[in-house]
Design a protein around this ligand. Structure first.
Ligand SMILES: Nc1ncnc2c1ncn2[C@@H]1O[C@H](COP(=O)(O)OP(=O)(O)O)[C@@H](O)[C@H]1O
Ligand SMILES: [Mg+2]
Length: 340
């Protein structure tokens, strides 16, 4: 099958001589959900903007970007039919890019503008079917009740969900999201990422999402592409992001967090394997599954319940020296007045 996104030897040098992208080669298959990670200034936004045809690469290069068989840019020139190519590409910005004084539904229906005549778009006149599609998209992202509100009255998370609804109404087969959760609280971030994952899973959209948080990339995307100073330094399974790769990208802090996440993933995988083995064993023996799980699974589950960053079991007697133990002890300490 043809690739959803194909980038060949793309480079970008800004006027000030800054090389933001250097010889990028990337192929993304239809239906993939790919995380784009890298430190600030590594070139994530620049790459996404090139994919959407909002920026042209270096003219001196052979660079090209093709999306679903249609050329976005080639040899530093944006395709002349870019408006039509862009209609298949949804772009979700960090700062939502909604028109604050217009109702949410009009912002969402702006996604159909490529398909409606100019006079209708100027008059903001949409057919009942178009409006129904807009409401349906807002329902899917969970904010149908806000459709008549001004966009500026929505919370950040709701505005981002409206921006995704706009891409849905547009019928985009490729969704590019540039740090969509960078300015959101954790709960809104989770909702926005869940919606992007649903768009990917249920609509078969190819999603490329740039993220700062490695743990979010690992949770939602099977594949991660890491950029460092405009070059691809990692392209592979997200679970393969080793502490060494993370250290190169971000320094020691994220590497530590990354290691904890990797261990957690491996433990979860082991538990699911044990569960499957146990179910198979009982099926073969013709016995119903016991409600109570074997001790090994219970012990492992206790690991998973520990707060993030405390994945290592704390050995009795060594609590003072175990990493994060003091923190954990402080959280679980019984107040003096309640001690027996
Ligand atoms: N319009 C511009 N003019 C000059 N340099 C730019 C411009 N946009 C981005 N850059 C530079 O390109 C590099 C990559 O930027 P960017 O793609 O925004 O990184 P990221 O999104 O990973 O933080 C940075 O060093 C940035 O300073
Ligand atoms: Mg950026």
């Amino acid at each position: 099958m043809d690739a959803a996104i194909r980038i060949n030897t793309l480079s970008k040098t800004f006027g000030n001589g800054r090389k933001a992208l250097q010889q990028i080669d990337l192929t993304i298959a239809p239906g993939e959900m790919v995380a784009l990670i890298g430190a600030s200034g590594s070139g994530k936004s620049t790459l996404l903007r090139h994919m959407a045809g909002l920026m042209a690469g270096d003219a001196s290069d052979e660079g090209s970007i093709v999306i679903h068989g249609r050329t976005v840019q080639r040899h530093g020139k944006i395709a002349s039919n870019i408006r039509s190519v862009r209609s298949g590409i949804g772009f979700v910005f960090q700062q939502f890019n909604l028109v604050g004084r217009l109702p949410v539904i009009i912002n969402v229906l702006a996604g159909t503008l490529h398909a409606v005549p100019m006079w209708r778009s100027l008059l903001r006149w949409f057919t009942p079917e178009e409006k129904a599609r807009g409401i349906e998209a807002l329902r899917r992202v969970g904010i149908a009740e806000c459709c008549a509100q001004r966009a500026s009255t929505l919370s950040g998370g709701q505005q981002q969900r409206a921006a995704i609804a706009r891409a849905m109404v547009q019928g985009a087969k490729v969704v590019l999201a540039d740090e969509p959760i960078a300015s959101l609280d954790p709960e809104s971030s989770r909702k926005v990422m869940d919606i992007l994952a649903r768009v990917n899973r249920e609509d078969g959209c190819t999603v490329v999402v740039s993220l700062h948080q490695v743990n979010v990339a690992m949770k939602y995307c099977a594949r991660t592409v890491a950029l460092h100073q405009g070059r691809v330094v990692y392209d592979g399974p997200s679970v393969g992001l080793t502490p060494a790769v993370l250290r190169d990208l971000y320094g020691a802090g994220q590497a530590q967090a990354g290691r904890a996440i990797c261990e957690d993933r491996q433990r979860q995988f082991r538990i699911s394997q044990l569960r499957r083995q146990r179910a198979r064993h009982h099926r073969l023996a013709g016995r119903p599954l016991r409600r109570r799980e074997p001790a090994v699974l219970r012990a492992d589950r206790r690991h998973l319940r520990r707060p993030e960053g405390h994945l290592r079991p704390l050995r009795r007697g060594s609590a003072g020296s175990a990493p994060g133990a003091r923190d954990l002890a402080a959280r679980t300490a019984v107040p003096e007045d309640r001690r027996i």
